[in-house]
Design a protein around this ligand. Structure first.
Ligand SMILES: [Mn+2]
Length: 142
């Protein structure tokens, strides 16, 4: 199992390759706001664990294992953002909140959140009902 930090890298590398067709050390460093030397270290670690193949002057490619996990990690992040949006979390908090929890949930919990998101998406009325409850709670608080 990848560590939370390895997960952050795999998620970001998968996204960069999806968007640009490649992921350079400098792009990864910029995206994760870390020093390029940290990226090189981690990329070597990910290579050792067979998530990717790294060649100093040719860049990196994800192995099938790396692709499979990267795809799930990107899905997980997007699902949790959708979840936050549906339950009404303010847009300014969503990204940071997801970054804070994504590594700490079981895949069981992720799948159950997936069901819940689907439950709300299937009928707009369910989201409206939730907003009604939230409005009522706000009125009680004030
Ligand atoms: Mn993330």
């Amino acid at each position: 199992m990848p560590t939370p930090s390895m997960e952050d890298y795999l998620e970001r590398i998968y996204m960069l390759i999806e968007e640009k067709g490649y992921a350079r050390v400098s792009d990864i460093a910029e995206a994760l706001e870390v020093h390029p030397s940290s990226v090189t270290k981690m990329v070597q670690k990910l290579d050792k664990s067979d998530y990717l193949i790294y060649e100093r002057y040719r860049g990196l490619i994800l192995t099938s294992k790396g692709k499979k996990i990267g795809k799930r990690l990107v899905y997980r992040h997007e699902l949790l953002e959708n979840f936050m949006r549906i339950i009404g979390v303010d847009e300014t908090h969503i990204y940071k909140d997801v970054e804070g929890i994504e590594h700490h949930l079981s895949w069981d919990a992720i799948d159950r959140i997936g069901d819940l998101v689907q439950y709300f998406e299937e009928q707009e009325k369910r989201v409206e009902d939730l907003r009604y409850v939230q409005k009522r709670n706000e009125e009680v608080e004030s």
